[in-house]
Design a protein around this ligand. Structure first.
Ligand SMILES: [Zn+2]
Length: 309
């Protein structure tokens, strides 16, 4: 990447006090730091908004990126992503229903930020019969979603104009970790929500990814599994949240945190022995029990539900 932006201050609290956190052999130029004040873990270098199209597009839709895809291949991407993510999407929808019921709230308009091929928007439209809005940075994805009945705006959330439209629910599912400025996204979401509106954020779990990164570095583990080193994936993830840090960020910007749960999400592990795949699949289920009994969140991803105060 040519135009990297250097974040030498914490993107959440602006402190310049930090300690080195991690660097991976695969990406020696992408060091990760931890803020001494708010404990946020962040990549020092992030691509500029122009470069992010290349970094994220190539990764998400392998090889030729999103913009060169046909409608047919976007359709198959949608099916593939639903296959991988449906269990977790249904987990989120079930929880949203419970929370809305508790709050005695009805829902008319939902916004999914970073909606990609629209798998979640499709499900939410079906379940709630609401107006569905999506935001994504890729024009091709936006056109694709419009064809399927969603209202779509193209660009970074904080730069878009909504003409006074407000939402009852805003979701960021695996999005906040990819943004150069996560604080701007949270502030904008606050302004776009109705009073008592619901914010749902799913992100990778810092605790899990850090631990996994340490194991992946191990020579014997590498030999046995033939797995590559991913760890915190600093080439596409720039913000690394623990449940506590995400919760504090939201409280700071006017939200009340209702609940944090481990996501029913299995990482796709390719090329490794079958036994490792089975362990990964069962691990996510095990995390649900661990959370139930101890309250600890050890899963690959976690989901936070908060309301606007
Ligand atoms: Zn900080």
């Amino acid at each position: 990447m040519n135009h990297m932006i250097i974040r030498n201050k914490c993107p959440l609290c602006n402190s310049d006090k930090r300690i080195f956190y991690e660097v991976y052999k695969r990406w020696p130029n992408l060091p990760i730091y931890k803020c001494r004040d708010c404990k946020f873990v962040y990549s020092e270098k992030v691509p500029s908004k122009d470069e992010i199209f290349i970094a994220q597009g190539e990764f998400n839709f392998v090889k030729d990126g999103i913009e060169n895809k046909t409608i047919d291949s976007l359709n198959s991407s949608l099916l593939l992503s639903l296959l991988h993510k449906k269990l977790r999407y249904l987990q989120i929808i079930k929880k949203i229903k419970r929370i809305l019921c508790k709050l005695n709230k009805t829902t008319q308009r939902v916004l999914d930020v970073g909606c990609s091929v629209g798998g979640f928007l499709d499900l939410i439209k079906k379940e709630f019969n609401v107006e569905t809005y999506g935001v994504d940075i890729f024009p091709k994805i936006c056109e694709f979603n419009k064809l399927r009945g969603h209202k779509i705006l193209c660009g970074f959330l904080e730069e878009l104009k909504f003409d006074g439209i407000k939402f009852d629910i805003i979701t960021f599912l695996e999005v906040l970790e990819h943004l150069p400025d996560p604080t701007a996204a949270v502030k904008t979401a606050y302004n776009l929500l109705n009073n008592k509106g619901l914010l749902v954020i799913e992100v990778p779990n810092l605790i899990y990814s850090t631990f996994k990164g340490k194991i992946e570095k191990n020579f014997i583990f590498k030999k046995l599994t033939k797995m590559e080193e991913w760890g915190l994936m600093p080439h596409i993830h720039y913000n690394h949240f623990s449940p506590e840090v995400l919760k504090s960020l939201l409280i700071k910007h006017g939200f009340k945190c209702i609940e944090i749960i481990p996501a029913l999400y299995n990482e796709s592990v390719e090329g490794c022995p079958r036994i490792i795949k089975i362990v990964y699949e069962k691990y996510t289920i095990l995390c649900q029990y661990i959370h139930h009994i101890t309250g600890m969140i050890l899963s690959p991803n976690f989901i936070l539900f908060a309301t606007k105060l």
